[in-house]
Each structure stands twice: as C-alpha cells, then as structure tokens.
Design a protein around this ligand. Sequence first.
Ligand code: SF4
Length: 80
Amino acid sequence: MSSSIILHIDDKADYFGLVLKTKSGGLVLARPEGVSEGQQAPGSGGPGAKPILLREPCDLCGGKAKCAKVCPTGCIMVVD
Ligand code: SF4
C-alpha cells in the first residue's frame, strides 16, 4: 500500500496501464493509448487500496529503480 506505482491489468480486455505518483505531486498515467500527466485521481486498483494521491511519491529508489529491476517483461524503464 505504500507503493508509488500502481499497475492495472485486465486480462479479459487485454488491457493494461500504470499510474505513478511523482515528487511534484502530479500523476503520470501510462496506457496503450499513450502517456499523460496531471492531477487526476484514478481508481486505486482494488477495494480498500490506499488511493495513490495519499502515497509517497516516487524517489527512484535512490537511483536504482526497484520496479524497473523486477519488471518481468521490461515494460517499466527509467529514462531521462
Ligand atoms: S522507482 Fe522505486 S519508488 Fe519509484 S515507483 Fe519504482 S519502486 Fe517505487
């Protein structure tokens, strides 16, 4: 529940996306349709899950992003 990143996968619809809370407080929304940034408050991904706006912002794990390191498909990457 303290994660700065939320993945959403819908196998039936063959759809996926993720939301990342940044240090500026803005959210990055990444979907197959493209990437957008803003302050919108999307669903948190499950009943009782802590809304992402209440979570800690991403600090890139001190320069070694753990989510990118463990991502099994390589779809999470850190770029400048
Ligand atoms: S880089 Fe670290 S803090 Fe940022 S979303 Fe990934 S695991 Fe979380």
